[in-house]
Design a protein around this ligand. Structure first.
Ligand code: SF4
Length: 267
């Protein structure tokens, strides 16, 4: 187990307005994430919280269970946007679990994680009137997964979690992200999961938000992927092909997110 620095903080409010597609509010009980994905778009929080290497610290907003108690908000609440609600520290602190226990069960909740720890709370999910639980999955092979998402649970465990949620009667969704040319095989993911996934949401890699460090890494280690990502014409062709493959597969599509990156080239 890799040590993590824990910084405790008291939040001023639980639900913050958001522009995340389909959601009205976001709840972030943690800031920072032990999963330490190289491409993580949440790294921008280091402008305010700088405690060192991404993945080595987590801010814990310990008063969140009190803040959500008896508070109702209309519209979908998304959990979470700048952390993973089921990152390893959650096993010990049970902060997400206590929030779910305190939360008004009429709130429309959408949870997204990369961890099968989420299965611990299945019985709690069932108490909500309107809830969906998503797992981020991809088709990265072992060594690519180690490079890009070094400390998250294996993709196999996440696929299994989707299956167990489905079997428990909890509405689930697969978040296919980040879609990276040459590294992501959309058809393989769909074939492996279509029997037990309610719907799919797709997101192409946001080359800008992934940061300069990640762009350099991709250029050095996954040159072919970088070449497509940094060439507008080739990237647009790639996007069209992927969208065609998605449409051919006759699955339920929640959305396809493309960040329209401007051409980004590493010098
Ligand atoms: S799991 Fe999500 S929030 Fe955590 S490091 Fe990875 S991309 Fe970022």
């Amino acid at each position: 187990m890799i040590r993590v620095r824990v910084i405790r903080e008291r939040a001023g409010r639980a639900f913050s307005p958001t522009r995340i597609p389909g959601a009205r509010w976001v709840i972030n009980q943690y800031v920072g994430c032990q999963h330490a994905c190289r491409y993580c778009y949440a790294k921008f929080v280091r402008r305010r919280y700088y405690y060192g290497r991404w993945g080595s610290w987590v801010v814990v907003r310990e008063n969140m269970p009190e803040l959500v108690r008896s508070r109702y908000v209309a519209g979908k609440v998304y959990m979470s946007s700048i952390s993973d609600p089921y990152q390893p520290i959650e096993k010990r602190l049970e902060l997400t679990k206590r929030i779910l226990e305190s939360m008004n069960k009429r709130i429309r909740l959408s949870i997204l994680t990369k961890s099968d720890l989420v299965l611990r709370d299945v019985e709690l999910f069932k108490r909500f009137e309107n809830i969906e639980v998503g797992l981020t999955v991809n088709s990265f092979g072992e060594s690519i997964k180690r490079d890009l998402e070094p400390r998250s649970p294996s993709i196999g465990r996440r696929v299994e979690a989707l299956k167990r949620l489905y079997e428990s009667g909890v509405k689930n969704y697969a978040f296919i992200s980040p879609i990276i040319p040459k590294l992501t095989d959309i058809e393989e993911i769909i074939n492996d999961t279509r029997d037990f996934v309610t719907y799919y949401f797709f997101e192409f890699l946001n080359f800008r938000a992934a940061g300069a460090e990640f762009r350099r890494f991709l250029k050095d280690k996954y040159w072919e992927a970088y070449e497509v990502m940094s060439d507008t014409e080739r990237f647009e062709r790639y996007v069209k092909d992927v969208i065609k493959a998605i449409r051919r597969s006759r699955i339920k599509i929640g959305g396809i997110c493309l960040h329209h990156p401007k051409l980004i080239v590493v010098k």
